[in-house]
Design a protein around this ligand. Structure first.
Ligand code: UT7
Length: 319
């Protein structure tokens, strides 16, 4: 039996750090409000010329180096992003070109903040089926490009960044189970509803959100899907060493941990430092906790995401 295992992680944040206090000089908000309602203290913003594929390239190189393989070993590239460089070609193909890899399949997954979990699940299935030995799975976003700076209910919440993992074939399970869901009837509570037609944007090109509806939906499905993934592998919340939910709001993270009965000391939190980086947030948090020594080989990590669509999912991985 072939399984997949995370054998390398990497991440990258753009250099432009924007604190809440700086934001409050141009938006009708305050450091106190943002910290109290979201836990966010700061975020990083990409330079105008920095695209998602540029951020993806940096985190991918780090993940490949930490896996101890070369780019030529990669047999599949999936980039989870809702802020692709172009309508086409895909950001994954652009990343493949930057890495100098030829021929392997490369495609994007668009599941907004659940995108990394979707991409991980797909890559796991490629490896389990024997289609490839090593897969590069990246979450990369320049979400700041979608923000309406006159909408204080959304513009303070997001940041830019990228995180990546290399999955390798293994005789023992790394990814024990993963679960994906979507509910298109909830499309209206979080969306960027503009479209391109005849060379022009039709409609609204910015992130729009019913914050309270999203909050309630997120807390409910993050609990449900975590239990579903744990059930699939016959595990309990107490078996989990680290919980890494999508980093949207520290109150959502704490409510999720509480519902699952997982001590908040076992939750990896980066939303305070990175804000919400959408599809990048889970692999970014994973890489931070691997590199600072919190996450150790053999530990069990519960990754879970929720985002526009609505989409949600979870994966139980053993490092
Ligand atoms: O990846 C998934 C994406 N999104 C999320 O997960 C977000 C989920 N939702 C949330 O995190 C929260 O709903 C928010 C942080 C967005 C908002 O927090 P809230 O506690 O639900 O606040 P609210 O929307 O009920 O607004 C409370 C007040 C309002 O003023 P009034 O009507 O009470 O006078 C808002 O106008 O806070 C005001 N407000 C702000 N004040 C200062 C809203 N945004 C801001 C702001 N600064 N940035």
């Amino acid at each position: 039996m072939t399984y997949s295992r995370i054998i390398g992680t990497g991440s990258y944040l753009p250099s432009n750090l924007v604190t809440n206090a700086e934001l409050a000089t141009r938006v009708d908000t305050s450091d106190e409000w943002i910290r109290a309602r979201t836990g966010i203290c700061q975020r990083y913003m990409a330079a105008p010329e920095q695209t998602s594929s540029a951020l993806a390239f940096e985190s991918a190189q780090r993940a490949i180096a930490s896996a101890g393989i070369t780019p030529d070993d990669i047999g599949l590239i999936i980039v989870a992003t809702s802020t692709p460089d172009f309508i086409f070609p895909s950001t994954a193909c652009l990343l493949q070109g930057k890495l100098g890899i030829k021929r392997c399949p490369a495609f994007d997954v668009q599941a907004v903040c659940s995108g990394f979990i979707y991409a991980l699940d797909i890559a796991d299935k490629f490896i389990r089926s024997g289609s490839c030995k090593y897969a590069l799975v990246v979450g990369a976003e320049v979400f700041s490009r979608l923000l309406d700076w006159s909408d204080r209910g959304t513009c303070v919440l997001f940041g830019d960044g990228s995180g990546a993992v290399v999955l390798g074939a293994s005789e023992t399970p790394g990814v024990h189970a993963s679960v994906l869901h979507a509910d298109g009837s909830q499309a209206g509570i979080l969306s960027t509803p503009g479209q391109i037609c005849g060379g022009e944007i039709l409609g609204d090109p910015f992130v729009r959100m019913d914050g309270q509806a999203v909050f309630k939906f997120a807390v409910r499905v993050l609990d449900e899907v975590a239990r579903e993934a744990l059930d699939l592998c016959g595990m309990q919340p107490s078996d989990v060493d680290w919980l890494i939910p999508h980093q949207a709001n520290v109150r959502i993270l704490e409510a999720t941990a509480k519902k699952l009965g997982i001590d908040t000391a076992r939750v990896v939190v980066t939303v305070d430092q990175h804000a919400n980086t959408s599809a990048a947030s889970i692999p970014l948090a994973l890489d931070v906790a691997v590199r600072d020594g919190r996450i150790k080989p053999g530990q069990k990590i519960l990754l879970e995401g929720v985002g526009g669509g609505f989409t949600w999912g979870a994966a139980l991985v053993e490092m």
